[in-house]
Design a protein around this ligand. Sequence first.
Ligand SMILES: NC(=O)c1ccc[n+]([C@@H]2O[C@H](COP(=O)([O-])OP(=O)(O)OC[C@H]3O[C@@H](n4cnc5c(N)ncnc54)[C@H](O)[C@@H]3O)[C@@H](O)[C@H]2O)c1
Length: 678
Amino acid sequence: MSEINKIGVIGAGNMGSGIVQKIAQEGIDVVMVDIKDEFVERGMSTIKGLLAEGVKRKIFSEKQVEETLGRIHGSSDMTAVADCDLVIEAVFEDKQVKSDLFKNLDNICESKTILATNTSSFYVREFALETKRPDRFIGLHYFFHPAKNRLLEVIPWEETSADTIEKSLLAAKLHGKTSILVKDAPGFAVNRFFVPFLNEATRMLEEKMADIPTIEAAAKQAFRIGMGPFQLMNVTGIPIAVHAATTLGNELGPFYAPAQTLIDQNETGNNWDLSGDVDESKLQPVMDRFNGVCLGVAAALVDEEVASIEDTDRGAKIGLRWAMGPFELMNRLGIDKTYEVVSAISERYPDFDMPQILKNQKATGKPFKFNFVDLALKDDLAFITINRPEAMNALNETIVSQLDEKFSEAENNPAVKAIVLQGAGKAFVAGADIRYFVKNIKADKIDDIVDFTRKGHELFLRIENSSKKTIALLDGLSLGGGSELALACQAIVATPAGSMAFPETGIGIFPGLGGMLRMTRHVGPELAKYYTFTGMPISAADAKSLGIVTQLVQPSEVPAALRELAERDVDKYAERAVPEKFNDMVKMGRSENIALLLDGKPPEEVPTDFAAKSVKIVGFKAPVALKVAAEIIDAQIDLPMAEAVEVELGRLSEIFATADAYEGLSTAGRKRPEFKGA
Ligand SMILES: NC(=O)c1ccc[n+]([C@@H]2O[C@H](COP(=O)([O-])OP(=O)(O)OC[C@H]3O[C@@H](n4cnc5c(N)ncnc54)[C@H](O)[C@@H]3O)[C@@H](O)[C@H]2O)c1
């Protein structure tokens, strides 16, 4: 069974202290080791400073900070990491220092310990081979700042065992990282195109193609980023850029080697001067050049199977905060234009060949297709992962259709006994893609929304009624459509991080994928109404006590819980008593009190403060959505599920046609909507 209870980090510098902070923040015990006590203390004070800043910005409470610090054990004695499940090295980028360290760790650590390197420029295999546990050795490449940037490149080398990869991915998930799986290759995935992006900027300057402000502006426009390459280098250090380009150049050829201007600037010890005016006439050629380099290199790394197109895009979006990944950018530019700008690069640099994947795609004349839903078999369990963590796995047409496809594949496989649905990254599934709704309302295509919702319902019914056991793994936040997907499964395994909520009435609509129907069957119409009206979150513990969650376990116990559930029958809607704790919520959901809430009046049957708070919360919701939601819940109570679904679907056009739905959906996440009650 996968167990990650204690992690060691070697090196308390910029990266090490940030990695330690993140691990401790996410609830895992961590040991931080450096050569001297004063370095450990420096690392601790960096962490304390950042946490204190977090308290000021109301990201953490004092109590959370205290708990986080309580999980960190600092030491200058390497043996303190002996019993860790995973030890991550973040010491100087020096081959000898790292090699000596790993030999030492190999002797000190128990046999279960996985050793990981956070190197940026060496091969993972070089250090793996220094140890007697090459199968329990992996690269874990973090991005600055590691407590804030969610991306983690997980880099197995040829001999890393499947178990080590699995445990490393679990460790990543447990400390809130979104992993991409990358081959042990120079620059891994992200730096492979990010470093040439910086380097090409300096080449364009060297050629006097444009000045710094123009190149900055073109980069920002091409990738929709906040800082251009020169400003980024000023912030992260010009020496790092030179070092990274030199290593890539040595491994991959002159195209990747640092421009003379970059080397010269480094020698001056000064930052780049960003001042000056933008020459608009030069923006397009500079953007073409950036696109040619970045998209060309991204295609080359996929050709070499360093990473998938989806992971390459995730790397750019999560790690570099680009608005779109390279392959999404290629689709936006079109394959012909992409081919043209990359051709210009391959003509300019003789050692840069046109990647095969671009030749093939050009021949089809079509955009790239992305796979956002993965299916993997493990013994007789099929794992379906919604893998769009950059959008918290939100449901849209593509996701639902790929989910349908993967579900059919798993269902039709006679070797599969149970199908587990999960989300990649920190969230399970955060609702549906709101932009899709807005776009269709604007285009007067509410029928398309109804068709999409009907397809979703059909899939959810298949999930609920499948002859295979269907299990949702609710190990993170879920909202709206995501909570409804979990509810459609025959069983739910949750970890304490799991939660559900129905925020729809706050954005002018009602939960449209059976959430109200299934909540009614679990806990009765009163609680279904209460949660639909208030949008209050249901914690995993509450969902367990209500019988909605079948098993609540710690992350390390998930595999055993899934196995156990795969073997037994679950009567998901079995009769049950609602625990006393929920009495006031049940009362609040009674028809007479719902009527009062709709009128903005506090029900007298419940404690005054609870009534007042509920009136206030419900006051921010869309009145029509509330009314229709309550009517749907009442109308479907005794119907079989398939007919209940029709009742819900029957009210969909009506709600999406309201002014409040447009107001709620189009302002979502930006400002509080102003509902008119129409
Ligand atoms: N800075 C980045 O943006 C970035 C990003 C990804 C990866 N990395 C990699 O992370 C690693 C660390 O980088 P950094 O920026 O944190 O460096 P840093 O210089 O800030 O910190 C390194 C720390 O390691 C300690 N150290 C050195 N040798 C040690 C040993 N034998 N045992 C214990 N501690 C030792 C040092 O005392 C120092 O505190 C490097 O390999 C770097 O390439 C850096």
